[in-house]
Ligand binder design. Structure first.
Ligand code: NZQ
Ligand code: ZN
Length: 411
């Protein structure tokens, strides 16, 4: 196991009815900006529940709202939210939604107070304080220059990304055809409320997307090479097995709250840093997936299920030990029962594909109505975004990414 430090400051408040805890979690004199997405929070009554809790007896809070944060949150929309933060002197942002709203709100929390040396700090319009380039670059250079942020809390309505308990996010910038990740410890939410009943209103497609996203998060921290990290491996394998059983269960019985509870906590555990401590990681599937979203508008999770099986086949030699461990411990396939190692690995990949298919997810280009012509533009974007040395050995260059995509195109 490699050396590591682990610190996660996010308070998780889990369970039915826990939105009422907002009355204690948000400072009573805060100027709160509630951020939400395209309308589900309003439609389902969650927004009203949130406002009722914030306005509980004795509250001196002032409440403002910013709706319309898109799936794959858009830079220009978020800059408008930053304007609102400055105009109303907001000192607490409360994100109500999924990964997109929470990621977008982290961005707003980080950039709202950014200023350039010659920027006009008295102006609430963020475009007068900082150029778009500076705001974008601050993020894509991993927010290194940002050393203060507005406090943030979250009410999670879709289990998938783990954003509720991590310090990262992914922002889309249409104008630049870019969807890029950022991370900053200041972006950890102060708390996240996980009420599993809130997930019952999700369309089936979003539920399945969430299971797949969490599954691939675990895989990207697990499927590298062994470093004898027994805790991380056993946790990762358990999370994968839970996602397989509960993914099937939620498809068969979408109203089963016990299943929803387990999916929600599993998705959080999949990307709160714990299973990734002290082990090598390989985020190639995500980095290629982000380009597929920004070029073709494919849902985040679906880009991952398109790429992962082909990545596993392309990298089966360098990942052999972990692939065999995955076959054995997650799918119950042992190399001894097979002709050879290759057959055990192929079986595990096919079982993974079949699981994705059961959930109605695409596993190759054809399933997403893409063909070979999609490859070149993706490779160009990977190059433009510096994604040229991916993987646990930093050896997944553009040639390797291209071969992975060729496999996905011809699968
Ligand atoms: O916008 P509204 O109307 O709210 O509808 C949303 C949206 O259309 C809907 N929804 C959410 N909760 C609902 C609901 N509909 C009915 N009932 C509810 N309770 O679901 C749709 C998808 O929402 P979104 O937030 O986009 O989904 P998700 O949580 O999957 O987030 C995806 C984003 O997170 C990023 C992705 O790249 C993508 O941009 N990621 C963030 C990560 C992180 N911060 O660590 C890691 C991930 O790998 C991922 O990259
Ligand atoms: Zn993801």
């Amino acid at each position: 196991m490699n050396n590591f430090q682990y610190h996660n400051p996010v308070r998780i408040v889990f369970g039915e009815g826990q939105i009422r805890e907002l009355s204690k979690l948000v400072p009573t004199d805060a100027r709160v900006l509630i951020t939400y997405g395209g309308g589900s929070a309003k439609r389902t009554g969650t927004l009203d529940e949130v406002k009722d809790a914030l306005n509980a007896e004795g509250s001196k809070r002032e409440i403002f709202e910013f709706g319309g944060i898109e799936p794959n949150p858009e830079f220009t929309t978020l800059m408008q939210a930053a304007d609102m933060v400055n105009k109303h002197n907001i000192d607490f942002i409360l994100a109500v939604g999924g990964g997109s709203v929470i990621d977008g709100s982290k961005f707003v929390a980080l950039v709202s107070h950014l200023t350039e040396e010659d920027g006009d700090t008295s102006n609430s319009d963020i475009s007068q304080r900082v150029s778009r380039d500076k705001a974008w670059d601050a993020l894509t250079s991993y927010t290194k220059n940002i050393n203060s942020a507005i406090d943030l809390g979250a009410v999670l309505t879709i289990p998938a990304t783990g954003s509720e308990m991590n310090s990262g996010g992914v922002i889309n910038y249409n104008e630049r055809q870019a969807k890029l990740p950022f991370g900053n410890p200041l972006a950890y939410p102060k708390f996240s409320i996980l009420d599993p009943t809130k997930t019952l209103t999700l369309p089936e497609r979003q539920v399945m997307n969430g299971v797949a996203d969490a599954f691939v998060h675990v895989m990207e921290q697990y499927l590298t090479y062994p470093v004898n990290a027994k805790v991380q491996d056993a946790f990762a394998e358990s999370l994968l097995k839970i996602l397989i059983t509960e993914g099937r269960a939620v498809k068969a019985n979408p109203d089963d709250l016990e299943v929803r509870k387990n999916i929600m906590w599993t998705a959080t555990m999949a990307l709160n840093g714990l299973i990734g401590t002290g082990v090598p990681q390989d985020w190639t599937t995500h980095m290629i997936g982000h380009e597929l979203t920004s070029l073709h508008g494919i849902d985040h999770a679906r880009t991952l299920t398109i790429v992962l099986p082909s990545l596993m086949r392309e990298l089966k030699d360098s990942k052999q030990d972990k692939l065999l461990q995955y076959a054995r411990n997650v799918w119950g396939i042992s190399a001894e029962d097979m002709k050879d190692n290759d057959e055990a690995i192929e079986q595990a990949i096919v079982r993974t594909e079949n699981f994705f298919k059961e959930l109605g997810l695409p596993i190759n280009f054809a399933d997403a109505n893409l063909d070979e012509t999609a490859i070149d533009p993706i490779i160009k974007q990977l190059e433009a975004h510096g994604m040229t040395k991916l993987g646990e050995h930093k050896t997944n260059d553009l040639e390797v990414s291209s071969r992975i995509l060729q496999r996905a195109a011809h699968a």
